[in-house]
Ligand binder design. Sequence first.
Ligand code: 13P
Length: 254
Amino acid sequence: MRKKIIAANWKMNMLVSEAEAFLHTFMHEIGGENSVEIVIVPPFTALSRVSEILGRDQKAKLGAQNMHGEKSGAFTGEVNAAMLRELYVRYVVLGHSERRTLFGETDEIVNHKVRAAIDAALRPIVCIGETLAERDAHQVEAVLRRQIEGSLHGVNARELAEIVIAYEPVWAIGTGRTATPQQAQEAHAFIRRTLSELWDAPTAEKVRIQYGGSVKPQNAAELMRENDIDGALVGGASLDPRGFADIVKAAAAL
Ligand code: 13P
């Protein structure tokens, strides 16, 4: 059984004071819930404080939204894996579609970051997903396969088992337009089949595949009930501590 993983991608939101208030309410709401893995992914500026609040046992784990693939050097404005590790970050989101489209990240760049993250014992959450134009042109499978091959090049089976893949159809992000459970399941099943082909079936069975794109308390359960949907990467709805707790509870109740 794959343990469900629910992550709050706060994107460019949340002052430190707001993060503190969020955690106060959220931790209270989820109580002793531990059947689901929870990851809080704040902006860099709030990582340190959120890390302190979550403490060493990290009932909710800490994630970062991005990192650079090099170990150090003249890369103004960037942070490396060791800087994240120092703050007890466990997960790092790589290749989010906003990074791909707004900041020019290619599969090759994402792949370099994936390698650096694994080598630093950070677990990558690798985002893939098609645009609306690609879906309309019936290219979903080709796009997903290309992104998997490109972003995960050189990863071995043992490493793959630790990676989380987030299927985030670009047309569903921040639009209020969610993929139907059937559309999402189809894509997730295709992703798992592709992993099985490129690596092996037992490893593919272990990889957790999150869905992301307008996930809300109202639609979380029907999405996560699908066989190959192992959790959610939540943007907008993760800014509300009660709403995000409801999504976690929906996953726990499945
Ligand atoms: P929304 O939940 O706001 O659509 O964002 C999804 C996302 O991009 C999570 O990484």
